[in-house]
Design a protein around this ligand. Structure first.
Ligand SMILES: NC(=O)c1ccc[n+]([C@@H]2O[C@H](COP(=O)([O-])OP(=O)(O)OC[C@H]3O[C@@H](n4cnc5c(N)ncnc54)[C@H](O)[C@@H]3O)[C@@H](O)[C@H]2O)c1
Length: 369
């Protein structure tokens, strides 16, 4: 593309600046001087790299995946209504569409270009507490919008693999033993139920239309990668709330001290967002080599009680935390720990950053960036 920058004359030719695509597969351009009298050999057209659609890409868990996709030479399209997301940490290469994940017109425009090679569906409400208080809103955002996305993909783009952000909340009241994917799916909250519905829709659409899909059941996403950290409004997750309390000196409530666990507080499996991002790439590769569709637990495979996490936060931050006991929150089961053997065997998933100290250290450091 000749952009007609002012040229400079030489004795034999005019030298002009021209914008040309770089050959490294990225969507960047460089200026190049060209001699007007040089023979005009038309370079072969550089095809656009394949694109990936990431709904909810401005959110916490999606963040570390974006740079990994860009590093693979993929063009990343983020579709996010920015209800929760943050644009200040989006890589500059990302193409951002500010709209809801179920906006059919926008979806048809993005998918209609024909170059989207995968869909990652992160967008949605993720608060158990909010879903208990206002189930209809969570259903509307997660189920209604999610189904419109699935419908649009399945109708004309069923060859495009679909990767859903699902959750351990689909398991409901599990035992304290590590939970495999074939454990009963009996969600205890509207939030968990909305993800169960989307998983089931993907399964049936897979059977009807051949859609390849993976539902990645994250356990408790935690930690930070560089500046990418948890910034939900309101924040309901334990680790950022403890770190905020450590910084401000305010008290923090522990919800439930009478659970049937070793110390009475709820046990959760905390998984670092870097491990989750790697898990997404592994799922994409798995579907790309025609591996079986299905649900995969992504966790650390280890459980920590709330009390243990409080202790670990005190150790890392060197601050004394003021903790007050509170009642259990509705929809919160006593223990959720992942059995990650299926993800290990089929995807090659291996959590490398998910020890609780690394999680807390990275999250604490990110707060001061
Ligand atoms: N954070 C966790 O511990 C956790 C655990 C299990 C599952 N998940 C799931 O992972 C996904 C991402 O979670 P997160 O913690 O990053 O949440 P987040 O709120 O940080 O990110 C969600 C993003 O989606 C956007 N969004 C929400 N509804 C939308 C809609 N209808 N259309 C378009 N954009 C929309 C928000 O603006 C935000 O940028 C969610 O689907 C959540 O249910 C999260």
């Amino acid at each position: 593309m000749d952009i007609g920058l002012s040229g400079c004359e030489s004795e034999t030719s005019t030298v002009r600046a021209r914008l040309e695509p770089m050959m490294d597969g990225r969507r960047r351009w460089r200026y190049r001087s060209v001699r007007e009298d040089a023979p005009r050999v038309k370079p072969p057209p550089v095809p656009d790299p394949p694109a990936v659609l990431v709904t909810g890409g401005a959110g916490y868990v999606a963040g570390p995946l974006l740079s990994r996709l860009i590093d693979r030479g993929l063009r990343v399209i983020v579709l996010d209504n920015l209800i929760q997301g943050h644009t200040d940490t989006l890589p500059p290469e990302v193409e951002l569409w500010t709209a809801s994940a179920g906006d059919q017109g926008v979806l048809e425009e993005i998918l209609g270009r024909g170059d989207v090679s995968a869909v990652f569906h992160f967008a949605g409400d993720s608060s158990v507490e909010a879903s208990v208080k206002d189930p209809v809103t969570t259903y509307r955002h997660n189920v209604a919008e999610g189904l419109r996305l699935i419908e649009t993909v399945a109708r004309d783009h069923a060859h495009v693999p679909f990767i859903l952000s699902s959750t351990a909340a689909v398991y409901g009241a599990a035992s304290s033993a590590a939970i495999p994917e074939d454990a009963p799916v009996t969600p205890q909250s509207p939030y968990g139920e909305t993800k169960r519905v989307l998983e089931a829709a993907l399964r049936w659409v897979g059977e009807a239309r051949g859609l390849r899909w993976a539902a990645l059941r994250y356990f408790n996403a935690a930690g930070a990668e560089g500046p990418l950290r948890e910034r939900h409004q309101p924040e309901t997750h334990l680790i950022p709330n403890l770190l905020n309390a450590a910084r401000s000196g305010s008290a923090v409530t522990v919800f439930g001290t009478d659970y049937p666990t070793a110390d009475g507080t709820a046990v959760r499996d905390y998984v670092h967002i870097s491990d989750l991002a790697d898990g997404h790439l592994l799922a994409l590769d798995h579907l790309g080599r025609a591996g079986p569709s299905g649900a995969f637990n992504l966790g650390s495979g280890r459980g920590h009680s709330v009390q243990e996490v409080v202790h670990a936060v005190s150790e890392v931050t060197g601050r004394v935390l003021r903790v007050t006991p509170g009642p259990r929150r509705p929809g919160d089961p006593p223990a959720l720990v992942a059995d990650i053997r299926r993800a290990r065997a089929l995807l090659g998933y291996e959590p490398r950053h998910s020890d609780i100290t690394t999680i807390i250290e990275t999250a604490w450091q990110a707060m001061s960036l």
